[in-house]
Design a protein around this ligand. Sequence first.
Ligand SMILES: Nc1ncnc2c1ncn2[C@@H]1O[C@H](COP(=O)(O)OP(=O)(O)OP(=O)(O)O)[C@@H](O)[C@H]1O
Length: 339
Amino acid sequence: MRSATPLLTAEDLTVGYFGRKKMPRPVAGSLRLALWPGELVCLLGPNGAGKSTLLRTLAGLQPPLGGQLRLGDQELTSLNAPARARQLSVVLTDRVEGGNLTGRELVRLGRHPHTGWLGGLSAHDEAQVQAALVATGTEVLAHRPVGELSDGERQKILLARALAQDTPLILLDEPTAHLDLPNRVALMRLLHRLARQTGKAILLSTHELDLALQAADRVWLLSAEGALRTGTPEDLVLSGAFAAAFAREGLAFNPATGTFELHAPTGPPVQLVGDGAAAFWTRRALEREGFVPTAAPAAWRVTATLAPPRWTSQLAGGPEHSHDSMSALLRALNQISTP
Ligand SMILES: Nc1ncnc2c1ncn2[C@@H]1O[C@H](COP(=O)(O)OP(=O)(O)OP(=O)(O)O)[C@@H](O)[C@H]1O
């Protein structure tokens, strides 16, 4: 259940930069935002929409061009850096020079807002550091110099530092950028679980639309024009807002499948009979070949079964042919449908 008070709120917020002669250059405006304890929010939008600019502003790393931005009941800009660092941790995409620090030493830096720069780490602090290493699966990196880590490894150790900071609010700019697919899935799952179990609010920007739609409690959708829509992933998809934000010539988001259409249909409809994985992968293959799979009766009829994988094809009530591989099925369909 949602707590009654948001951790962060923005009213009529404008984010952007100052150009020559200090002329404001807004990137996004009229933003009304709230981040609640225990929720994972994904900030989505096309390249250049202003995701990093907004995150940096919410983190207090660049000033808003206008509006109010509050952390709890205090103006964000009124907080000094240590006070801010006890409330929010942030991981940006900027390259961090870890120098000769080991992974563990870098993660220990996350505890400094609680200890002061000269303060030693207590047993509790060390336990927090260890817990962050374990949660992010980076114990094996604890003794490695950060300067020698791969981009993906460094990204995970920076997340561990943010976790060790143990703030109510965590802001992450493209935390999945350098991770392979299993690590991207694991990270999203970890962040979702963390939000739920610890009551932290986690806001991350990402281009992983598919994962974000699955994992986010809410989405902040920033359009190329700098307008923001917020809601559950499902509300934004079903209202068409999601497709509109990512509309590109020849690239359409299909709300029925939750994916972007890679292939423009050019061929005839094919009635696809079957379910589960067999039907899913057959649909994919048919779409790749330009056919239009449909549940409705059509001249072409294809059935797909899974164990073992087998297909039949039939044209206009004619003889039924069976196929023991997808390539054989596609060959048969293409031979007859190509004049
Ligand atoms: N330091 C800067 N000074 C002036 N303009 C900037 C600066 N950094 C970014 N911009 C501009 O602000 C706009 C938003 O950039 P931003 O990096 O926030 O977008 P983004 O949504 O994070 O993009 P991407 O998905 O490509 O990372 C862009 O037009 C960009 O050129």
